[in-house]
Structures are given as structure tokens and as C-alpha cells.
Write a protein that binds this ligand. Structure first.
Ligand SMILES: Cc1ncc(COP(=O)(O)O)c(C=O)c1O
Length: 449
């Protein structure tokens, strides 16, 4: 390794040398917001993200060493870009096979997955939660359940796509699922947007260590990285073509002006990790585990999730609508990551110190617990009548959800976060789905004309 942070080193030196900047961006390094001096473009020596053979390639190599992957490539456009690339890579698998690409995916997939599948005309076989009562964000699939589904198919899917961790912090049995997927010759792809840090805590929790062929991580969600920083990891055991085509796949969808601030931030994360930042993550994970226990001792019911740095409060079980409870926390100057009627998601990172841990502990200690509210579960049995691409490309109109009964959804309408669609394009809007849209506060949807 030449340097732990080659991109940062290069830009810092460039900024110090006071060049006359006759290149983009037009702020010319002058200070408007405060960081413009280090915001550059592909000048001499700065390498080029989608054709990397200099400092960016070196930095990405450093990241691959840290994550133990065959290749770790940067995204300056979050996991969204990596998801698009992973679907394109799956599409390549079926090139010249004379049939459409098929991916089996859990129904809690992020909307980018659905929109990209629609654009690439990939057929999706939706895998539904194996339990009766599940919420929008989670979708439990066991290796046994996946095996049951796959063995009934005449042609196995080209890939199995799962979201793990989900927004509530549940982690799937990736090892078991990858063994089943591989038995049928399918790739195992994981949306690990919420789990970059899992590589650096106890146990082998990162998908790349559990048998996934590839996964995306949003570095910005759980590591000290600017918003937009993400990874596409290809595992050492994945088919070779994934590594060969991964750059091209990212370049297919990414901006030709990726942010060098974000690239420096990704590069800087490597430096921190090489210098022992994992210890800080581990310490935070232990502190949050302790806090979870303290909250339980106060009588709070938490979702029994597996994510060490995420606390999900089951609002209803504690007598609250999640929105009401979130407002109490916000008034105490604690801002949750996400809340809906049922849950509040509180995300910690290594940057939340003891003060933040005790702030949440004290705030929740002061809130009076109430009689459990029974939750209403609305079970959907979605019926698709046209492909997601057909639905997306059809003439469409926006209608009030009350007038959408029996219409065909054109494209997913979601609130973000969590950006998990209730229905996907091409599916019929039933009475139950209208109810569920309303439950999540969605009042208008786009339907096929
Ligand atoms: C599960 C999941 N996947 C993918 C994404 C997209 O990630 P990004 O915002 O980094 O593009 C998100 C964003 O919230 C997410 O929650």
C-alpha cells in the first residue's frame, strides 16, 4: 500500500499549491460554503472514477482489503447507484440466452430496485414474508422457505435479491440463503445499505463474509462518510464476470461528474479504519447493546432486531402511535431516523458518544408507558397483470387513493424513508392495498390510464 488515503493526499496537496483553476467546478475553489477548495474534478493526476487506474483505483483497493472482497468499488451516489449496477450485472448473466432475466426478491426491496428492474425489463418473482403478521419494512425469508420456492420453478431465477439489514434492523440468514441460491445456480445479491459497519463488529455479519456474491453498502449511513458515499462489493467467491464488468456497470448509470468531496470522504474512512476506527465502532455497539437492556429494564418493548447499532422501539407495544412518540422525542431534541405508526428507528454510530446514549436513556425513562395498542395487520396478496416495465412506460395519471380501487399501479409511490413500496408497478390496487396506502399516509398514486 502506497498510502492509506491517496485521494485525500492528492487533493490536499493540490489545494495547497494555489493553481490557477481553469477547470470545473466554477466555484474555482473559492469559499462559499466552506469546503469548495477541496472540490475538484478529473484534473491531471486525479484519476477518473469509472476508468480508474491511479489514486481512485488505489483507494478502492485499500477498501477491498478492509472489506475482504475481490473488489470494492466506489459510488458517489449511494447504494442507489450500486443497486442499479448489480441489476445490470445480473442482466448480463442472461445475455444471449433468449429469455428475460428473472430475479427473486423480497417484497421489502427499496424502490430503486423496482424502478431499475422495470427499466432493464427484468421480471421479478416477489418473495413474501413467511409470517402472517409483518410490516412494510420487513420480509422474513428462511433458507427452507427459499428452497421450497425455488424447487418449484422450472428455471431458477438468475439471482435472489434480499434486503438485509432491513430498515428496522433485522438481519437475514445470508449464509443459509446463499447456500440455497447457489444450489440452484442463482446469484445471491444483498442490499446491505444499512450494514457497512457490520464488517467491523463482533461476528461475521457482513454479507461478503456470509456467502453473498455482491452487495451494496451506503457508507454514509453507518460509517463517518459524507452523504452519497457508497460501495459495491464483489465477493472473492463470486463468478469472475461480476468483477470484470462491475466498473462498467456503475459507469452505465453514474454521473460523469462524481463528487470528489464524497470520494475523499470514502478514502478518509479507509484511513480511519486502517488506524483502528473499528475499535470505536465496537465500543459504540457495546454501549448501544447496554442501552437496549437499560430501556428494557425501564419497561420499554423494543423490536428484537439483530443490528448492534440500531434501536427500534415498538411504539404500539408501549401504548403509543409511533408518530406521537417520535414527536415527544423530537421535542426533547432527539431526532429519529424514521418513524411510522408502528415503529421508531433510532440509528447510532461510532460518532454518538456517551452523552447521546444517556440523552436517549433519560428521555425514554421520562416518558410514561401506556396500555399496549393492538396493531392492525393488513395482509396483501398482490396480483400483477403487466410487467413493471409495461406499467412504467404506459400512459399514466395521478389519482387520489380513494379513486384508485381496481386500477393498475404505474410505478411505486412511497414515502422516503423507508422507500419500500406497498405495491409494485403492474399490480392491481385492491381494497386492502388502498387501506395500506392510507395507513402509511399515501394519498395519491400513479395509475395506468
Ligand atoms: C434498504 C435501502 N436500500 C437502498 C437505499 C438507497 O441508498 P442510498 O440512499 O445510499 O442511495 C436505502 C436508502 O435509504 C435503503 O434504506
Amino acid at each position: 500500500m502506497n498510502s492509506k488515503t491517496p485521494i485525500c493526499d492528492f487533493v490536499k496537496k493540490y489545494a495547497e499549491q494555489n493553481y490557477v483553476r481553469l477547470h470545473m467546478p466554477a466555484h474555482k475553489g473559492r469559499c462559499f460554503l466552506g469546503y469548495e477548495n477541496r472540490d475538484i474534478t478529473e484534473i491531471d493526476g486525479a484519476d477518473s472514477l469509472y476508468d480508474a487506474n491511479g489514486i481512485i483505483a488505489e483507494s478502492e483497493h485499500n477498501a477491498s482489503v478492509l472489506f475482504g472482497s475481490a473488489a470494492t468499488l466506489y459510488s458517489a451516489e449511494g447504494s442507489s447507484l450500486s443497486i442499479r449496477a448489480m441489476l445490470y450485472l445480473t442482466r448480463l448473466k442472461t445475455a444471449n440466452k433468449g429469455r428475460k432475466t428473472v430475479i427473486a426478491a423480497t417484497r421489502n426491496a427499496h424502490k430503486v430496485f423496482a424502478l431499475t428492474a422495470a427499466l432493464l425489463d427484468i421480471d421479478v418473482l416477489w418473495l413474501t414474508d413467511e409470517r402472517e403478521n409483518s410490516s412494510l419494512c420487513n420480509c422474513l425469508i428462511t433458507p427452507k422457505g427459499l428452497n421450497e420456492t425455488l424447487k418449484k420453478l422450472t428455471i431458477p431465477p438468475d439471482a435472489v435479491f434480499i434486503t438485509s439489514p432491513d430498515y428496522l434492523g433485522n438481519i437475514a440468514d445470508i449464509k443459509g440463503l446463499s447456500e440455497v441460491a447457489h444450489k440452484y445456480g442463482s446469484l445471491l445479491i444483498v442490499d446491505n445499505a444499512h450494514g457497512a459497519y457490520l464488517k467491523f463488529v463482533d461476528g461475521k455479519l457482513h454479507p461478503i463474509d456470509c456467502g453473498a456474491d455482491m452487495c451494496c453498502d451506503s457508507a454514509h449511513k453507518t460509517l463517518p462518510c459524507l452523504t452519497g458515499g457508497g460501495y459495491l462489493h464483489i465477493s472473492k467467491t463470486a463468478p469472475e464476470y461480476l468483477k470484470t464488468h462491475a466498473k462498467e456497470a456503475l459507469g452505465m448509470f453514474g454521473s460523469t461528474s462524481p463528487s470528489y468531496l464524497i470520494l475523499q470522504s470514502l478514502d478518509n474512512v479507509n484511513g480511519l479504519l486502517f488506524d483502528g476506527y473499528a475499535d470505536k465502532i465496537l465500543k459504540a455497539a457495546h454501549a448501544v447493546t447496554k442501552l437496549k437492556q437499560t430501556l428494557k429494564n425501564y419497561g420499554w418493548t423494543l423490536l428484537e432486531n439483530d443490528e448492534p447499532l440500531k434501536i427500534t422501539v415498538d411504539a404500539n407495544a408501549n401504548g403509543y402511535d409511533g408518530r406521537e412518540l417520535a414527536n415527544i422525542l423530537i421535542k426533547s431534541k432527539i431526532m429519529p431516523e424514521y418513524y411510522d405508526r408502528d415503529y421508531i428507528v433510532l440509528m447510532f454510530s461510532a460518532e454518538n458518544g456517551d452523552k447521546d446514549i444517556s440523552a436517549l436513556g433519560s428521555a425514554l425513562k421520562d416518558i410514561q408507558l401506556k396500555e399496549k395498542i393492538s396493531r392492525k395487520f393488513i395482509k396483501l396478496n398482490p396480483v400483477s397483470v403487466m410487467s413493471m416495465q409495461q406499467a412504467l412506460m404506459s400512459p399514466s395519471e395521478t389519482v387520489n387513493i380513494q379513486n384508485a380501487l381496481d386500477r393498475i399501479l404505474a410505478c411505486p409511490t412511497v414515502s422516503c424513508p423507508p422507500a419500500v413500496p406497498i405495491l409494485y408497478g403492474g399490480e392491481i390496487i385492491t381494497r386492502e392495498s388502498v387501506e395500506l396506502f392510507e395507513y402509511y399516509g399515501i394519498t395519491e398514486v400513479k395509475v395506468v390510464k
